[in-house]
Design a protein around this ligand. Sequence first.
Ligand code: 5GP
Length: 194
Amino acid sequence: MEALKQRIQRDGKIRGNNEVLKVDSFLNHQMDVAFLEEIGREFRRRFAGCQVDRILTIEASGIGIACLAAPAFDHVPVVFAKKNKTKNIDGNVYLSQVESFTQGKRPYPIFVSKEFLHPGERVLLIDDFLANGSALSALIDLVHQAGAQVVGAGIVIEKAFQPGGALIRGKGVRVESLARIESMDEEDGITFCD
Ligand code: 5GP
């Protein structure tokens, strides 16, 4: 998505040993709603003709993106996997583990109530970044536990120099990333895959 690549070039800040991209001005802190609506329509174009019953994302940064994409998918319900609130977890949830990229290496639990994912449903996963693939792997696991089907994953920014894309595509899941970063470097800047 050309407009996204331009926005990343203009506003993206490279941090953390050239591994972390900050896009706080439009995606992760301040949210450019009109632009995110356009991103939602692009996800619909990429998954044209696919039946989607529900969108599943993960708190917190996926929520706004998923909610602004939902109108392009006939306003299907958006469900977000919750993190870490062990006190509230009872037997009525699907539970998985994520190895956090931004919060260090310790795995943390995520869960979705069984009320909001059902057998046979076709679920589209949406998230802001794909890096090592841990968050998406856990979401896929939740969908499978529910006996539902993964339609695919819509990702805003894939850091293609990290292993997540290959990991998730290797599971047979269709991944549509709107911008794929081949490399990024504080001195040389950002290069996209295509
Ligand atoms: P993964 O599980 O694929 O390693 O990481 C995905 C999650 O980590 C995303 O949900 C995202 O919130 C966060 N993340 C990974 N890499 C980046 C990055 O470069 N910048 C930001 N802002 N978040 C990232």
